[in-house]
Design a binder for this molecule. Structure first.
Ligand code: 6GU
Length: 225
C-alpha cells in the first residue's frame, strides 16, 4: 500500500511513521508513506496557499489551485483508489473503515488547515471525508497520522503475529480482554487463576467472557451496532 499525504505543515508528520511497527513495515516494503509539502505548489513568489473567505469571516481558506496542482501531479504518476480529506465534519473513523481502506493500493490523504479548504476541492477531487472524533484539532495532520497508523498495522506481514490484528479491540465490535505478564503475584495483586491453569479452552472462554463484560460495562453502544 502507498499513501501520499498532502500537508501545509509537513514537519508535523516527520516522525510518526519512522519508528516501531510502521518503520519495519516500510523497510519490508509492505507500506510506503510520502509526505508532500503543499507550499511547494503555492502560487506566486510567496508560494501562497490560503486566502480570505468570500463573504467575510474570520480564518483563512486553503485555495484550490495548489491542492489541484499536487493532486493532478500525483494522479499522473499512478491511479488512486481514494482521495481522503481529514476533516472534523467527515465520517467518524472506526475499525470497519480502517479494515476497508487497508485493502486499497494507493490513497491520497489531504490535511486541512486554517479554517478549511475551498468547498470545490471537495466536490472535484475528494472521494471520502474522515474525522477521528468529535473534537476539533488545529489541523488534519495528527488525524492523518492516526489513520495511517491504523491502516499500516493491518497490512499482511506487518505485525509479527499476523493473526494478532484479528484479536484487537473492535474487530468484532468487542473490546479486548485484560492481559497480564510476570509476576503472577505483584504485592498481593494476583492474576486470574484460570490463566495459570494451562487449560486452553477454559482460558479462551474466560477471555471471551471478559471481552463481553468489558464491552457491556464500557461501550454498550458497540453491542447495539
Ligand atoms: Cl480529521 N481534523 C481536524 N482538524 N480536527 C478533527 C479531525 C480532523 N477529526 C477530529 N477532529
Amino acid at each position: 500500500m502507498r499513501i501520499d499525504i498532502i500537508s501545509a505543515v509537513p514537519q508535523l508528520l516527520d516522525s510518526p511513521f519512522t519508528h516501531s511497527i510502521l518503520k519495519r513495515a516500510q523497510q519490508k516494503q509492505l507500506f510506503e508513506v510520502q509526505v508532500h509539502d503543499l507550499r511547494q505548489y503555492g502560487i506566486g513568489k510567496h508560494h501562497q496557499i490560503d486566502d480570505y473567505q468570500f463573504g467575510g469571516g474570520a480564518g483563512m481558506v486553503m485555495m484550490i489551485e495548489p491542492i489541484a496542482a499536487i493532486i493532478e501531479q500525483l494522479k499522473s504518476e499512478r491511479p488512486y483508489d481514494d482521495i481522503i480529506y481529514m476533516t472534523p465534519d467527515g465520517e467518524r473513523l472506526n475499525q470497519g473503515i480502517c479494515n476497508h481502506l487497508s485493502l486499497k493500493k494507493n490513497i491520497i490523504i489531504l490535511c486541512g488547515h486554517y479554517k478549511g479548504i475551498d468547498e470545490r476541492i471537495r466536490e472535484i477531487y475528494i472521494t471520502r471525508e474522515i474525522s477521528i472524533g468529535d473534537y476539533v484539532l488545529s489541523g488534519g495532520e495528527l488525524a492523518a497520522a492516526v489513520l495511517v497508523d491504523a491502516l499500516g498495522r493491518l497490512l499482511p506481514g506487518v505485525l509479527n503475529n499476523e493473526s494478532s490484528a484479528l484479536f484487537d479491540s473492535f474487530q468484532d465490535n468487542l473490546l479486548a480482554p485484560p492481559i497480564y505478564t510476570r509476576p503472577a503475584d505483584y504485592q498481593g495483586h494476583k492474576i486470574p487463576e484460570v490463566l495459570l491453569s494451562g487449560h486452553q479452552k477454559k482460558i479462551e472462554d474466560w477471555r471471551d467472557e471478559q471481552s463481553l463484560l468489558r464491552t457491556q460495562q464500557r461501550r454498550p453502544d458497540l453491542l447495539e451496532e
